[in-house]
Write a protein that binds this ligand. Structure first.
Ligand code: ACO
Length: 331
């Protein structure tokens, strides 16, 4: 069997219109613009409208990516949605998205790897292309984290935002597209970042709601230490697997959790900050949507062109991490 290479041929993103600034947050919890900016680099984030949910954000991003790829939804063979804030426990947001796209029959499933979700999604999608099982794969990272955040908890509510990004994968020439995939997980860190209630281990009840256990809980400084180590390591491993060195890298598209985490990763890679694409000042951490939205913006701003080497790298709850090194094959 011939193993085919997979490349991104279409990109799209969608950000809800409502902007929540650090100044707005000052009126909601005991925090201030200076603390948020210096500790995280975030100035504002987007919040989904009341009638918008994850599948809606995913739908707009998917439509843009399909148009960019020059294909119709009917031509898709597979939909993968990565999300830590899906519409429901089930059915999969990918199935709801399929319905919104007005198509039927193709396999559609969700993938949960928190903020590393889009990278995991691309990795899975690429396997379907490699084996010839699919020709057009839609991979979406979409989040309405605003629905699972405790807006009274200053430790978390200042960090996150809503949004969606999507990519269309297709078979491409050998040596183009995805050059390496590096994924990992460490379940020993399961407690560091989680939504404790609403699943099978702690079903939703009046008690769990009263205790706020249906919201995101995070041990921030522990996650920070893990992220500082793993982001650089994962990017480095991706480059080694691709047989490339830091000199070959045009742009790093990191998960947008915290400016200090990105700086640490770039230091480890011995690359200047100018080689990292950043938009966390405008959107905060959008979990699985961070990398695809950043990639879409970098592409539209012409920071990426044909033949460039791109390193996407992320980490998230689980704990999970991953990197994908690509030779950009889209014109
Ligand atoms: N405003 C003002 N003060 C605050 C705020 C806030 N919003 N949040 C916390 N503080 C206070 C704390 O209470 C603490 O006060 P204390 O010293 O009196 O106890 C002080 O600021 C310092 O807190 P630290 O936790 O030490 O601050 P740190 O420098 O670690 O920054 C942060 C906190 C930004 C959360 C950092 O730890 C971080 O970025 N962690 C990683 C988080 C992350 O990336 N999570 C997403 C993972 S991806 C996913 O899967 C969803």
């Amino acid at each position: 069997m011939e193993i085919k290479s997979a490349g991104i041929v279409g990109l799209g993103s969608y950000l809800p219109k409502r902007i929540l600034t650090n100044g707005d947050l000052e009126k909601m919890v005991e925090t201030n613009d200076e603390w948020i900016k210096t500790r995280t680099g975030i100035s504002e984030r987007r919040i989904a409208a009341e009638d918008e949910t994850t599948s809606d954000l995913a739908f707009h991003a998917a439509e843009a990516a399909l148009e960019d790829a020059g294909i119709s939804a009917e031509e898709l063979d597979l939909i993968i949605v990565a999300s830590a804030s899906p519409d429901m426990l089930f059915p999969a947001t990918a199935c709801i998205l399929q319905e919104k796209l007005g198509i039927r029959g193709i396999p559609s499933f969700d993938l949960e790897a928190a903020c590393a979700g889009f990278i995991y999604g691309l990795a899975v999608g690429a396997q379907f292309i490699a084996t010839g099982l699919a020709k057009n794969v839609l991979v979406v990272g979409a989040e309405t984290l605003s629905r699972i955040i405790n807006w009274e908890d200053r430790n978390t509510c200042v960090l996150f935002g809503d949004g969606a990004g999507a990519a269309v994968l297709q078979p491409v020439e050998r040596g183009q597209g995805i050059l390496s995939i590096h994924l990992g997980a460490d379940g020993a860190g399961e407690d560091l970042l989680k939504v404790p209630a609403g699943g099978a281990s702690l079903p939703a009840s009046i008690d769990t709601v009263q205790q706020g256990l249906h919201y995101m809980h995070m041990q921030g400084s522990e996650v920070f230490k893990f992220a500082v180590r793993v982001m650089g390591e994962a990017a480095e491993q991706g480059l080694i697997k691709a047989g490339l060195s830091k000199e070959d890298v045009t742009l790093v598209v990191p998960h947008q959790a915290n400016m200090r985490i990105v700086s640490a990763a770039m230091r480890r890679l011995h690359l200047p900050m100018e080689k990292a694409y950043l938009n966390l000042d405008r959107y905060g951490n959008m979990s699985s949507a961070s990398v695809p939205v950043a990639l879409d913006e970098a592409y539209r701003e012409k920071r990426i062109k044909h033949g460039d080497v791109i390193v996407m790298v992320g980490f998230g709850a689980g704990l999970t991490w991953g990197s994908i090194v690509m030779k950009w094959c889209k014109q």
